[in-house]
Design a protein around this ligand. Structure first.
Ligand SMILES: Nc1ncnc2c1ncn2[C@@H]1O[C@H](COP(=O)(O)OP(=O)(O)OP(=O)(O)O)[C@@H](O)[C@H]1O
Ligand SMILES: [Mg+2]
Length: 302
């Protein structure tokens, strides 16, 4: 399911955002924020808090739970609203459009702006959190790691990688980042898994991808989740996206992860286009990619 908060954004008033941001503050200490703390956290009177809680809860931006106390927590949509508000104040995002994709741990939406852009909301930690909450009646926990934190860290890591890699490596141009969200250029073309390459294009496209993998390594990163789902192919070339788990090349497992990425690509190409990729010496190929000395896969035919 794509969560899309765009519809309610226009109805929200500045004080609604004070309340949401008060709940966000409180969630640094507890997954369920005690209602009594909300006037202080959000800088609103208790009457105003009551009114805003109803408005935000009825729009699905917060959730309430009463166990030992009456507590509130942000939903994914509530956190999305806070990030969107920031982007809108900065002038990055004017409006949000149709869904572009749903990942295991993200929702990606089209952005209305002067040129085609994409907005990615990270969901790392959110699904887990929902499951744990269903099973246990937790109202507070001592060593809690909020999903807000997990999703925000993933978004920051991905944005940092994009900023380092762009434009040397063909990745979506990074535009803005806030909380768990990233704004970036919209991808051209389709994911590799949906592309139907002509026989005489197969090795050429594999080469293009491996050259980007080599350029990324040279720039300081291993993607570490390389697959046919994280590469876009178009008339104008290939783009590698989805970088939150990227690992710096000085990491002790960097080379191992690079080899695994290459292996994933080769086995995909062999599976989907049998007979169109020569048998390759994967070790020699990996060495060449790591040394930024790669031209074409054919050079490593066994
Ligand atoms: N910049 C973009 N422009 C257009 N569509 C995009 C863009 N980024 C992502 N998408 C779409 O959203 C989907 C999910 O994005 P992405 O792969 O970055 O997230 P993910 O949740 O980490 O995915 P995964 O399931 O591989 O873990 C992609 O498969 C793609 O269809
Ligand atoms: Mg992906």
């Amino acid at each position: 399911m794509v969560r899309n908060v765009a519809g309610v954004m226009a109805e929200l008033e500045p004080e609604d955002f004070y309340l949401l941001s008060g709940v966000e503050q409180g969630m640094r200490f507890s997954e369920w924020v005690n209602r009594e703390k909300l006037p202080d956290l959000s800088n609103l009177t208790p009457e105003e808090v009551e009114y805003r809680l109803d408005r935000c809860a009825s729009r699905g931006l917060i959730e309430r739970k009463t166990i030992q106390y009456e507590g509130y927590t942000l939903t994914a949509e509530g956190y999305d609203a806070l990030a969107l508000r920031t982007f809108s104040k900065r002038g990055t995002v004017e409006g949000v459009g149709a869904p572009l994709g749903v990942g295991k741990e993200s929702d990606v939406l089209e952005v209305q702006s002067y040129k085609p852009m994409a907005l990615k909301f990270h969901r790392e930690g959110y699904t887990n959190f929902r499951e744990v909450m269903r099973e246990r009646d937790y109202t507070s926990d001592n060593q809690h790691v909020s999903w807000l934190y997990t999703a925000r860290k993933a978004s920051e890591r991905e944005y940092e990688a994009l900023e380092t890699l762009f434009p040397e490596v063909s990745v979506p141009r990074p535009i803005d980042q806030n909380r768990h969200a990233i704004v970036m250029a919209k991808l051209e073309g389709v994911e590799l898994d949906r592309a139907k390459l002509a026989d005489d294009q197969v090795v050429g496209v594999l080469d293009l991808i491996l050259r980007e993998v080599a350029a990324a390594y040279e720039t300081g990163y291993v993607h570490a989740d390389m697959s046919e789902y994280n590469v876009a192919v178009s008339e104008s070339g290939v783009t590698i996206f989805d970088w939150p788990q990227a690992v710096p090349t000085d990491h002790e497992n960097a080379r191992e992860l690079l080899d695994r990425d290459i292996d994933n690509l080769l086995s995909y190409f062999n599976r989907k286009y049998p007979g169109h990729v020569p048998d390759l010496d994967a070790d020699a190929l990996g060495d060449a990619v790591a040394a930024d000395d790669f031209q074409t896969a054919r050079d490593y035919t066994v």
